[in-house]
Ligand binder design. Sequence first.
Ligand SMILES: [Zn+2]
Length: 486
Amino acid sequence: MKRVVQLRVTGVAIGILAVALGGSIVFWFAAKTEPAAGTKKEISEKEYYRFPGLSGPSHVSVVRAAEPGAWSAYAHGTTSRLAILLTESDSAWLGLVHGLKSIGIPFTVTRDVQTAITHQAVLVYPVISGKVLSPDALRALAAFPRSGGTLIGVQVLGGGLNEVFGFDSAVESYDRTEIVFNQGNPLLASLTEPREQRLSLGRRVHAAGTIGTVGYRRNAAPLAVFDDGTAAVTSKAYARGRAVAIGLDLGFLLLKGYNNRGEELVRQFNNEFDPALDVWLRLLKQLYRSATNEAVTLGTVPFGQSLSVLLTHDIDFTQSLENAIAYAEYEQSEGLTGTYFIQTKYVRDYNDGIYFNETGVKHMARLAELGAELGSHTIAHSAAFSTFPMGTGRERYPEYVPFVKDPVTAYDGSIPGELRVNKYLIEHFSGQSVASFRPGHLSNPISLPQALQATGYRYSSSATANNSLTHLPYQLMYDRAMTRAC
Ligand SMILES: [Zn+2]
């Protein structure tokens, strides 16, 4: 499951279609339904549109049980790759793996030092210490930069390698709030924007505080420093090799963004440039490329272009389906493809009237005809979606009737119901296969990644780029947690 983050560009178009009320007729009728368990009396009479004879989907959506990821799945490839020497398997290594994939650095994962040092660049993760590495292994790592290799250590906390990395001591702390990168170093020359050169580690006043870091004392040529003056990224040059110590858990940091759990690090919700994860990946890319004779990295933009921009529209208002046609016609005339996240609104509730009816599906079919990609924007469009239950996986139209009572309350909705019934309806009336999803209000249930997988989605736009701390697409994690990818 890939998540596609949205770069909202002011002035280029898009976002939510907010338009004036037009004159088309909304068809709906009232139907009496039996209150389901947990249903409040006052909404026992629901108003919804029913397409005659339509019922589905007929299959059952099954959420697979969580199985932890295995590092051995990434233990392959030639020695021209970056070697990840994994010193603790109970760590956020999947975050690192997904980050390297997103920036296009080829890598292999190993737990064997001798295998690692056959590569020209070795990243030791998540920690270097005498507890996780044998004396032999530490000696081999110490000799590596002297023999021309590039050694990158994450959280160098022991093992007697201080001199190898070129610092006096390492100090752990939860009190650091900022990192400043040294743009004067050729490895960091591409960090030309102020927001690339200065990264937040959280705020002391924030409930979530700051993230833990390791500051290195007295490094002669640091690539980055913390606000307390210790080095966040050390550097020591050898005749041909190099040693670099990084002062935070990169995999953990990457998963903070990918799991939409980096609230203490987020500077703003959207409409800004926040490369808090990308800067680290770009540094690793530079280190790998400068260390490896046969380095090959994959471009992050298709067709050799310099920038990807995704044009997305949310269809969640009575007149939006009709008005979207003008957008799709314009995009077609410019050779562009936009994505239209459609709320299949066949229920009248607090949010709005009904527009997913005979007229609505004609407009939607026209969007498909114009070449637009149709995506899902739920049925209820409830801000309470993140609290919906996991349901049965058997939800189907027309029996599935979620109802939004107010901004914080909705009844009879479920996570798979919002995903599979919506997908079914859009596919039925458009002939397209729906692959993309965006929740209303970006309400993001913990179990959304595996629910999306169970219901056949491939792409999710469930968090802003700024909340994700990256502008690159990345893989989602089961339960938005650390151990299993979706
Ligand atoms: Zn919306």
